[in-house]
Design a protein around this ligand. Structure first.
Ligand SMILES: Nc1nc2c(c(=O)[nH]1)N[C@H]1C(S)=C(S)[C@@H](COP(=O)(O)OP(=O)(O)OC[C@H]3O[C@@H](n4cnc5c(=O)[nH]c(N)nc54)[C@H](O)[C@@H]3O)O[C@H]1N2
Ligand SMILES: Nc1nc2c(c(=O)[nH]1)N[C@H]1C(S)=C(S)[C@@H](COP(=O)(O)OP(=O)(O)OC[C@H]3O[C@@H](n4cnc5c(=O)[nH]c(N)nc54)[C@H](O)[C@@H]3O)O[C@H]1N2
Ligand SMILES: [Mo]
Length: 773
């Protein structure tokens, strides 16, 4: 059992806490439209008061997501509007960019003043709030300080450590989804030239289930929709996404859909702010028209993990309807393009309504309402995010989404299809450009041919494998291109111990975070340029490309002076390390970095869909990677879209056990915490909380802000606890609870990964909740 978030720390000093210890927590339910005045006020306060960046911020923001140059908003992976909305921006994108553009700096003087032991007691907010990292730093175990190191020495240190390994699989290379395509390509090339597929990434914790399900069903790991489909569909189903906070520009699409009379069904145990009314995000700065637009026609609140049953129920109703109305099914489509329909039909018919009701916690009538919307719509888009994927049955659930779409031929035509919402701004591009611990042989064959290397064929480690391998002494060198592995990964205490067992940890970062303080015997912090900054190489000002949630690839060009003259670009850092680790390498690392067009030329030969990359990426909106499934070409074993026919799982839970979802607040970006508020959920000054249903509170004799201990029960029977969390009564189905990541990662047992996707289970953690003693 682990006590307190970080073991040796005072639990009150938790991940984000300390800063506002004196501030009084508040809970006042939010009744305004999403992205309205609150967003404008929050942005102004953030830019002007906290970051003192009003002018700079505004100038940069005007350039963000701009079709003629400018940088891609690093905030999320939502596509840029193609209708020429030059100011397609949102509150959280602005915060994200302002956070990167801060004037504050963390230089050698800072590290000389503070030991790592001291910094370890700081909150996440306080660490990142010190500003941008300016110089490479190396950990000195004698003094417990980080001390300056030259780039050349840093590269040599990593290079030597990698060269000295008996086996390349003793190293792993993590990617957080910020990394641009060109750096990504070089990074995976380096790993494979070294001889390992140990390429864990944040996607292992995010959309692994979506990728696997879509690959199996449709022969593509991605959704098939683009924004035009969102703009033309008759019905949008939004499952397990907190759009107002995590993909705010989606609100524009929702509001526009509502204005033209499309149906919008939200499926979420919580009724999130984006599921009712919104101010169109890019309109909020002007606020000329304070016109809230509805963003939903139906809200369904299934139990956490109840989506599979709900989707099965909708399918059941569609099949029933087809008995009296043959048009309810698209029989021609099913016949021509799919396989496995009769098995699926049999499974659906054999699933009783009673089981659907029990597992979804919705009534048959409610499920039929959603089915009505689905049957009445000629074209439907089903969209989802972590509420669907971070579950034991994430893959089956995404496959059921596809099953449902196939029934009515909602694929390969305008206004229809599956549309996962990706997280990090380039997480999809990372995968496209080769970050995969289980790469397909075809990809490696072509990489080998084009780059003249011999890639390893054995599978590598994903995130959880990497942590286990560190514990087992099978992983000695751990490098991270961005992110905050220590806090993002499950089972915080176990992950911390794992990282501390490494011989060398290397973090390429823009800001100070927990992963710099929880480190290996030797450790490096390598500071890099951010996406907002000018990247000048020998060949002049460089641009990097990114791919959004809907497979559009476009260039991003930084325009700010770098935070420090000592920063290197991510491609340059990879190349520096590669050269030191592979002195005899025939790969022209230095040549590539001089001009990223050269990297793109190689990518255009090595990667499917990147033909003529340099020209096409310079078209005004970039280009869309072709999607065979969109054209009804299915790269599956059968050559058809495949129905999956499986039974609903057994979801019975012992009495007293609740399902806990770990979520983001409105004011955080994954492990980056901007404040302790969560405006749309009505919370101020509080992160150590748990949202609970009234009945579950009453059963435990709890009232608002009572303090509780939350204990998770892992599959192997082990327990983990957090203490003194405050209860917030909330509109959430009975038997369900929710609280914030990364604080609650403490409760996610390392072994509790989905058997279908290998994803850590972060949305359906079995817990008991009891008053703190
Ligand atoms: N501002 C901001 N933007 C972000 C991020 C951020 O931290 N801050 N993170 C980025 C990243 S990496 C990602 S992956 C995305 C994450 O975007 P989201 O998936 O929106 O992230 P979460 O906060 O985890 O919220 C999960 C949502 O699913 C719901 N949910 C929980 N359990 C279930 C369930 O069983 N069924 C259903 N139907 N719903 C459920 C929750 O109530 C919540 O609304 O956002 C990206 N964008
Ligand atoms: N319990 C629980 N855990 C979760 C989740 C959950 O829902 N519940 N969600 C999971 C998901 S979806 C994800 S994606 C992961 C997120 O995991 P990560 O991607 O690893 O974490 P972030 O918090 O996004 O990383 C923030 C850090 O990135 C660095 N950074 C920012 N910009 C740049 C840049 O341009 N370059 C470089 N090199 N570094 C930069 C900064 O130093 C910053 O501190 O967390 C996962 N963990
Ligand atoms: Mo993510």
């Amino acid at each position: 059992m682990t006590d307190g978030p970080y073991g040796e720390l005072d639990p009150d000093d938790g991940p984000s806490g300390a800063r506002d210890r004196a501030a009084v927590p508040e809970f006042k339910p939010y009744h305004h439209p999403a992205a309205g005045w609150g967003a404008a006020k929050s942005v102004t306060e953030f830019m002007v008061v906290k970051e003192k960046e009003p002018l700079l911020g505004t100038r940069a923001i005007m350039k963000m997501n701009h079709e003629n140059g400018g940088f891609d908003c690093p905030g999320c992976a939502w596509p840029d509007s193609i209708k020429g909305i030059h100011l397609d921006i949102c509150e959280n994108g602005i915060k994200h960019v302002t956070w990167e553009m801060t004037r504050k700096r963390v230089g050698p003087e800072f590290f000389a003043k503070h030991t790592v032991a001291e910094l370890s007691t700081w909150s996440e907010f306080d660490l990142e709030n010190q500003g941008r990292l300016t110089e490479p730093m190396s950990y000195d175990p004698v003094t417990d300080h980080y001390v300056p190191i030259s780039w050349a020495d840093a590269f040599e240190l990593v290079g030597t450590a990698l060269r000295d390994l008996d086996d390349p699989d003793l190293a792993a290379f993590y990617t957080s989804g910020r990394l641009g395509n060109e750096a990504t390509f070089l990074y995976q090339l380096m790993a494979r030239e070294l001889g390992t597929n140990n390429l864990p990434d944040c996607s292992n914790m995010c959309h692994e289930a979506s990728g696997r399900a879509l690959q199996a069903a449709l022969g593509t790991g991605k959704g098939t929709c683009d924004l035009e489909d969102w703009e033309t569909t008759d019905a949008l189903f939004i499952m397990g996404v907190n759009a107002a906070s995590n993909a705010p520009r989606m609100l524009t699409a929702l509001a526009e859909a509502d204005r033209r009379g499309a149906q919008i069904v939200h499926i979420n145990p919580l009724v999130e702010a984006g599921a009712t009314r919104t101010i169109i995000p890019h309109e909020f700065l002007r606020m000329a028209t304070f016109n809230a637009t509805d963003t939903s026609t139906l809200n369904l609140q299934p139990r956490i993990g109840g989506d599979f049953a709900l989707l099965r129920g909708i399918a059941k109703a569609v099949l029933e309807e087809s008995e009296s109305d043959p048009k309810a099914l698209d029989r021609q489509f099913i016949e021509r393009y799919t396989t496995g329909f009769s098995d699926y039909r049999a499974k659906v018919e054999a699933t009783p309504w009673s089981l659907i009701e029990e597992q979804s916690a919705l009534t048959e009538a409610e499920v039929r309402k959603a089915a009505r919307v689905y049957c009445d719509a000629d074209r439907s888009v089903i969209s989802w995010c972590l509420g669907v994927t971070q579950h034991e049955h994430g893959v089956d659930t995404v496959r059921e989404i596809v099953n449902l779409l196939l029934l009515r031929g909602n694929l390969g035509r305008e206004g229809a299809g599956p549309s996962p919402v990706r997280g990090h701004s380039n997480v999809q591009g990372n995968r496209t450009c080769g970050i995969a611990n289980k790469p397909p042989a075809q990809f490696l064959d072509r990489l080998d041919e084009v780059c003249d290397i011999t890639s390893p064929r054995a599978d590598g480690y994903d995130v959880v494998d990497s942590i286990e391998a560190m514990h087992a002494g099978k992983l000695k060198v751990f490098m991270a291109m961005g992110g905050n592995f220590a806090l993002a990964a499950p089972d915080t205490a176990y992950t911390f111990d794992a990282l501390r067992k490494c011989d060398l940890t290397v973090q390429v970062s823009t800001k100070l975070n927990r992963s710099h303080l929880v480190h290996g015997k030797r450790a490096l912090i390598l500071p890099c340029l951010g996406r907002t900054e000018k990247d000048v190489q020998r060949g002049g000002l460089q641009e990097t490309s990114v791919e959004d949630s809907m497979a559009m690839v476009h260039l991003s060009r930084g325009m700010k002076k770098p935070a420090s003259p000592h920063l290197l670009s991510e491609p340059a850092i990879v190349a520096g390390i590669a050269r030191a680790a592979l002195p005899g390498s025939a790969t022209p690392w230095e040549y590539y970095v001089e001009d990223y067009d050269r990297i793109r030329d190689t990518m255009s030969r090595a990667l499917d869909g990147f033909e003529d990359f340099n020209r096409r990426v310079r078209l005004p909106l970039g280009f869309r990677i072709k999607q065979p499934a969109r054209e009804l070409v299915f790269l599956t074993p059968s050559g058809k879209a495949e129905f999956s026919a499986v039974d609903l799982p057994d979801l019975t839970r012992e009495p007293g056990v609740l399902s806990l979802a770990t979520l983001r607040s409105h004011d955080q970006w994954n492990t980056t915490i901007y404040s302790n508020d969560d405006r749309y959920r009505g919370i101020k000054n509080l992160r150590t909380l748990v949202f609970m249903n009234h009945d579950d509170m009453r059963e435990r004799g709890l009232t608002e802000f009572d303090e509780v201990d939350i204990t998770s029960i892992a599959r192997d029977g082990s327990t983990r606890s957090v203490h003194n969390y405050k209860v917030v009564p909330y509109n959430i189905p009975a038997g369900c609870a929710a609280g914030y990541m990364p604080e609650l990662n403490v409760l996610c047992a390392i072994g509790d990964i989905s058997t279908q996707s290998d994803q850590p289970i972060m949305k359906n953690v079995k817990v008991t909740i009891a008053r703190s003693v």
